[in-house]
Design a protein around this ligand. Sequence first.
Ligand code: ARG
Length: 463
Amino acid sequence: MATLWGGRFEKETEQAVYDFNASIRFDKRLLKEDIEGSIVHVRMLGKQGILTPEESDQIEDALRTIREEVADGRLMVSETYEDVHSFVEATLIERIGDTGKKLHTGRSRNDQVALDMRLYTRNHVDETIEHLYELLQTLLSLMEAHQDTIMPGFTHLQKAQPTTLAHHLGAYFEMFRRDRERLGDIRVRMNVCPLGSGALAGTTYPLDRAFTAKELGFTEASRNSMDGVSDRDYLIEYLSALSILMMHLSRFSEEIIIWNSNEYRFVELDDAYSTGSSIMPQKKNPDIAELVRGKTGRVYGALMSLLTTMKGLPLAYNKDMQEDKELAFDAMDTARDCLVLFGGMLSTTTFQKDVMCRSASKGFTNATDAADYLVKKGVPFRDAHGIIGRLVLYCMEKDCAIDDLSIQELQRFSEAFEDDVYEAISMETCVNERLTQGAPGKGAMEQEIRFCKEYLAKTNRNE
Ligand code: ARG
């Protein structure tokens, strides 16, 4: 047992109590952020004359060495310590003696852990924004390649109207674009530094909070020290954004699974992104898509868990808040893996253009256009709707498409049919005449693709 707080206790902590209370098993992943925060804190203490410049430098150097040694595996984080903060401080004292004992001046583990978790989350938000960029790039290239790939659009999972694969994928582009923008919004709100809040009521040392905030890349120091140590809104917002992102990935996965089914065969998954069966030799399963769909529940779970943990907490810090970590880390790992794997699967998938187009022409997806054709010939829409309905019934009995019928057969249903009907209700016309903004017609889609390209170009952080 290695704690920072033995002084006022007369008895040893029960081992089971110690184990139950300790968080090092999971908060050791905050080591980098913990040391980053400590370095800036100690630099500020030196600048403010709270520590001498020599003390401050000596502590900073030792902290850097500890960080390097842990990073390259020379130093192991020992799980006998209560938490990562205790481990770092104890290691520091072991190395530089009494000066190391001055690190925690004007600080509490409450504002320390609030800072560490915020830094970790902010990094993760940035990574997710990058991963989303990759996924959007993949989507954009597919959209560009499939502007003429005709497929059925569905409502109620019933074939509805013809569209293109570019248009269908474009819907996901919009979802992931919103996800990415949502992360940007959240990042602005989360970018406030709690360091210097102390245990809850600030401190009597003349800390320069604006300095530490700036050094750590925050826009400002938190405005209320009680809120500073007990705010986990940013994490709840992030988990909720990840939940929405997972919901989108899960919907997309569901479609891939359907498209990959023997009945649809719209896609062929790459061998490298699918798995087989131990008993049925013919199987090639969409496990990655299924896992992404399945793991969505874990991320929702983390969100619900933290909302529930926080709902009854009086101000300021309570140990309940230690529960903000395990599931949040799991959700962050899960969402990252899902994003990366899903992107890999998508970019290696083959879309079966012919199957998709055949499917669109088989399911009466041009029935609306056939009715619209009659309307253009002077038939009132409600009558046209009835005529085409009867025509569809007739075709179903004959097991053919509307445009398989001869002009004479068509004219039995309405005198208004003329030879130009075939051109008017061909899959290509049905799609390309849809030119309203956001529709699949070539002109509209080209404009959309241009927008997507510009969006990616202007929001690429690496440029
Ligand atoms: N492991 C703790 C947490 O994650 C660190 C803060 C401890 N603060 C305290 N007052 N015991 O919340």
